[in-house]
Design a protein. Structure first.
Length: 244
């Protein structure tokens, strides 16, 4: 199931080519402030599935004097809207379609001389936050838990759950801290047990900035919905019903 939904990566892949098609527009928008554009998020972590974003792009800008991150975020949103891309926002990113694939764009500013390398805009908090997107990628990509995370993202999508990806990834890593590697089915069930019992009460913080409480992205009632969905799967462990 994991391989069925896993996104192919690398130059020449469908996702990579779709991202390449949008880059001229991003260069035009960023103009002289554009520093770099690079794949990031689930695509770079090895946890991207076709039921969610196919590829994420970090749009990194040089600091713009007297311009708040909020203004930069909504400037990109307006540019994309004006050029027919029909973006919609979620968390710190915005999603568009290119060549029929979903692409998440993450606008960020480089933070020189700061303990946090990137400033992003959190739409839910309505504020700019310091973080390190590269650290997030390294943490998950090198965790040896990417198969479990992919399986859980498939479950999330097929269960129509609102469970932000980085929140899900950090939850999975915490749940699997003492579990053996290479036992995919058992480990996925271990994460579901963890979610069922501990998600509503566990505080999850950004490993790059402890002031960012990732678990605050969901309300208590939204966490309960996810916990109940996990508990339902544990009742009979029917894999054909959990993933299909």
């Amino acid at each position: 199931m994991v391989e069925k939904y896993r996104v192919a990566t690398g130059p020449g892949s469908t996702a990579h080519e779709a991202a390449r098609q949008i880059m001229p527009a991003l260069r035009e928008w960023g103009n002289r402030y554009l520093q770099n554009m690079t794949p990031t998020g689930a695509y770079s972590k090895g946890t991207a599935i076709t039921l969610a974003s196919h590829i994420d792009i970090l749009v990194l800008l040089r600091p713009a004097p007297e311009t708040e991150m909020r203004e930069i975020f909504w400037s990109l949103f307006k540019y994309l809207t004006d050029h027919g891309y029909r973006p919609h926002t979620h968390g710190i990113a915005m999603r568009i379609q290119s060549n029929g694939l979903d692409i998440d764009l993450l606008p960020a500013c480089q933070m020189d001389g700061s303990s946090h390398d990137h400033m992003v805009f959190d739409k839910n908090a309505k504020a700019g936050i310091g973080t390190n997107v590269s650290q997030h990628v390294h943490l998950v990509a090198n965790s040896r838990r990417t198969q479990e995370i992919c399986a859980l993202k498939i479950w999330r999508a097929q269960s129509s759950l609102d469970f932000p990806s980085f929140y899900l990834e950090l939850t999975a890593l915490a749940a699997l801290e003492k579990q053996r590697f290479g036992q995919l089915a058992d480990n996925v069930m271990a994460v579901l047990r963890y979610i069922s019992a501990r998600l509503p009460s566990t505080v999850v913080k950004d490993p790059a900035n402890s002031e960012n409480v990732i678990s605050d992205s969901l309300s208590p009632s939204e966490k309960q919905i996810i916990a109940k969905a996990a508990a339902k799967e544990l009742s009979d462990e029917n894999w054909k019903r959990i993933l299909w």
